[in-house]
Design a protein. Structure first.
Length: 162
């Protein structure tokens, strides 16, 4: 079975999205009908240090499409809408909207244009929020990678499994 991610398309001037769970079906919806994710996909400084720490704090391994680059102190995920991109490994956990806007968006520099938060579908078909790098990649960027091995700087919060 082929899994394809969500893709934005233009139809008569309106933005529509679709998801193909397999080659024989396609599900369309408009942005106003779109479900809001209640999960976070973390691949860098927000992610736990490996599967033992992940399991102890309610994270589950998963992956998203894209190209991951090491920028030194933090990673950059780009190309999430490229269906030919590799899978980038990370972890998923539940997330509260208040935590996103109060804590995570400021940490990721959303207001400064460093990252942007978008909804994507993971390899396991979970609808998640993920932070994408929003600037041109610097010349010293290393990659693409499937997993970032840099230093995690935030304490990993405990969350209930979903």
């Amino acid at each position: 079975m082929s899994r394809r991610g969500r893709i934005a398309v233009e139809s008569g001037g309106s933005e529509w999205h679709y998801w193909e769970p397999d080659a024989s079906s396609r599900i369309f919806w408009s942005p106003s009908e779109r479900m809001t994710p209640s999960l976070l996909f973390a691949y860098g400084t927000l992610a736990p240090n490996g599967s033992k720490e992940a399991a102890a704090h309610g994270w589950v391994a998963d992956a998203v499409r894209g190209r991951l680059f090491d920028l030194g102190p933090y990673p950059a995920l780009v190309g999430h809408d490229d269906l030919n991109a590799d899978w980038v490994e990370g972890f998923v956990r539940s997330v509260d909207p208040i935590e996103l806007t109060r804590d995570l968006d400021p940490y990721e520099g959303v207001d400064e244009g460093l990252y942007r938060r978008v909804a994507v579908t993971t390899r396991a078909s979970r609808l998640v929020w993920v932070y994408l790098y929003a600037r041109p990649l610097p010349s010293q960027a290393r990659g693409p990678l499937t997993r970032w091995k840099g230093l995690r700087t935030l304490p990993v919060p405990e969350h209930d499994s979903f």
